[in-house]
Design a protein around this ligand. Structure first.
Ligand code: 5AD
Ligand code: SF4
Length: 415
């Protein structure tokens, strides 16, 4: 590691520790469960601002609108503080009876709105280069211990073809934020994959300009994943040096307005997060009206500035998934690899409390270990042939089955 990088990392760590973001606001919300069948029925009114600061009086945000969700122009619905409080009270449900009821409601809601089919998407992690420096991620720019790789367009197409041959009907192309691949490179790769068969292509390549997203859409990309990571603007700023939640949301809005099926999501257990933050995360998913949402626990990576913080709580991750299913009954909710990494039965667990998508890793074996967002990823165990046979068997034991469709957004079909 160069001296500069080491200094920067030390500064990031110090900056993070000194922020006092570890705020606890349990007790601010009632411990009772919200008296609703389904959050989807919440009455929403269009327009206005939502304050994202947990403690507005302590907020250090400049008066530029940063830290506030401003959606007046786009006409998104508005959730009130009351809605956020209701979500938080569900997340706080802690007696056995309360959580059992919530889990059962989420499973029923999943069955009613998106059915028993489980969509299978094959992920190809095509580059581990990243120009960003997210404090939690092993691919961060300043992690010089990591050996970097890039797959060539031909390698990406070969891996996609392999996945399609094995039965995948969605190919997800994921990478760090790597400008080595120009927008037209990505567009050509998307066109190539679309030429291989009747498949959907999902991109997960980070923040780019609207015009670049437009080029990717024109090339045939169907969906885009860009997690908002945390809906607390201050925490976002600390964890993503040089970036803001506002920029992230702008990208999500651009993607949405271009007609992508949009996936967002967040990390449970980030240092400095509390139940109220998670409630805002779910509220934000609802505000953005996402088609998909990935929710996974934080897993510390030893070569990051927040290596010493504990992993996210599996039970809280599941609860967040459950409440998200209730809040967004039509959404596609994948079982995250991070959850499966912390719990061997994570996939089954998540499928039984709201999840309806599995995203196995179909990256060529020689690259997998290098895509080390966090250590010991469960995806290292995904079989190279795509593992559809094993998944089908597992689903059968749960009375579920692999979907025969591309698994487009249920929300889209409804619109
Ligand atoms: N723990 C859990 N999830 C992580 N991600 C990155 N680093 C970690 C970590 N240490 C997730 C982020 C990102 C996705 C690619 O991986 O949510 O969007
Ligand atoms: Fe890069 Fe994404 Fe990791 Fe951030 S989370 S360092 S953008 S790969």
């Amino acid at each position: 590691m160069t001296l500069n990088a080491r200094n920067r990392e030390a500064r990031d760590r110090q900056d993070f520790q000194q922020t006092g973001v570890a705020r606890v606001c349990q007790g601010r919300v009632p411990a009772t469960m919200a008296n609703r069948d389904e959050l989807g029925k919440t009455v929403l009114t269009p327009g206005e601002l939502i304050d994202t600061a947990l403690h507005p009086d302590e907020s250090t945000e400049p008066a530029t609108g940063q830290g506030r969700f401003v959606w007046t122009e786009t006409g998104y619905d508005r959730l009130t503080e009351r809605d956020v409080t209701d979500i938080a009270s569900m997340l706080q449900a802690c007696s056995e009876g309360e959580t059992e009821l919530l889990f059962a409601q989420a499973d029923q809601t999943r069955k009613r709105f998106v059915g028993d089919s489980v969509h299978i998407r094959g992920i190809i992690e095509f580059s581990n280069y990243c120009m960003r420096n997210c404090l939690y991620c092993g691919l961060r720019r300043d992690n010089h211990k990591l050996r970097r790789y890039r797959m060539t367009p031909d390698e990406i197409l070969a891996a996609s073809e392999n996945g399609i041959r094995r039965g995948y009907r969605t190919i997800v192309l994921q990478s760090g934020e790597d400008l080595h691949y120009s927008t037209s490179d990505i567009a050509r790769i998307v066109e190539g994959i679309k030429g291989l068969g009747d498949v959907a292509v999902t991109l997960s390549v980070g923040e780019r300009a609207r015009s670049e997203y437009a080029t990717m859409k024109s090339a045939g990309a169907d969906r885009f994943l860009l997690k908002h990571e945390t809906a607390d603007a201050e925490l976002y700023r600390r964890l993503h040096p040089g970036r803001s939640l506002e920029m992230r949301i702008e990208c999500l809005q651009n993607l949405k307005s271009l007609g992508f099926q949009v996936g967002s999501g967040f990390i449970v257990g980030l240092p400095g997060q509390d139940i109220s933050t998670i409630a805002r995360d779910i509220a934000l998913l609802k505000l953005l009206d996402v088609d998909m949402a990935g929710i996974g626990p934080f897993i510390p990576h030893p070569d990051t500035p927040i290596a010493l913080y504990p992993a996210g709580d599996v039970a809280m991750t599941l609860k967040a998934l459950v409440v998200t299913r209730l809040a967004l009954p039509h959404a596609n909710l994948p079982v995250t690899t991070a959850l499966a990494t912390l719990r061997p039965d994570g996939r089954k667990l998540a499928l039984s409390c709201g999840g309806n998508v599995i995203m196995p890793n179909i990256t060529p074996a020689k690259y997998r270990k290098l895509y080390e967002i966090y250590p010991d990823s469960a995806s290292l165990k995904d079989p190279e042939d795509g593992g559809i046979g094993e998944i089908a068997l597992m689903l059968e034991t749960m009375g579920r089955r692999i979907s025969q469709t591309k698994g487009d957004s249920f929300r889209r079909k409804r619109r």
